[in-house]
Design a protein around this ligand. Structure first.
Ligand SMILES: [Zn+2]
Length: 153
């Protein structure tokens, strides 16, 4: 019988559609702006907030592009799958700096189709068809931080 991998407890109960959408938004930002994944996140059922470090404020058409890209990904009805690997295997493939100090040797990779993969122990939907439509409510830019607020409709 296979040994059950030990994982760190997740510190918050996330709403799976919102949280899975967060993965897609992160990858979309990385792809469109060449930035890193969010530096700060507040994910709630009704609305969420993500902060990204960007050298300049995105234009209005950039915001539209983020929204459209995320919705195109959701509309592909991609399966969300998980895979367990060791921290050693994760080296070079993922940013291990984000792992807590006491992280177990086994880490979990969460994949949204072939669009995104990252280390995560949160709760996800099984398919992006469960997410709904991504809508940016507002955004602002201050001191190198682009903040977007969004909801699912
Ligand atoms: Zn996750």
């Amino acid at each position: 019988m296979e040994q059950q991998p030990l994982l760190n407890e997740h510190n918050k109960q996330e709403y799976p559609p919102m949280h899975t959408c967060e993965h897609i938004v992160n990858r979309t930002m990385v792809n469109l702006f060449g930035c890193g994944r969010a530096v700060s996140a507040h994910i709630e059922r009704k609305k969420s907030k993500l902060d990204f470090q960007l050298p300049q404020a995105p234009e209005t058409e950039d915001i539209t592009r983020i929204e459209n890209t995320v919705n195109e990904v959701i509309a592909q009805h991609l399966p969300v799958t998980t895979e367990f690997i060791t921290q050693q295997e994760a080296l070079g493939r993922f940013d291990l700096k984000r792992l807590p100090e006491n992280a177990s040797d086994t880490v979990r990779v969460v994949k949204v189709g072939d669009y995104d993969e990252c280390l995560c122990i949160g709760k996800h939907v099984e398919n992006t068809s469960e997410i709904g439509t991504f809508k940016i409510i507002s955004s602002d830019y201050k001191d190198g931080i682009f903040r977007m607020r969004f909801k699912l409709i």
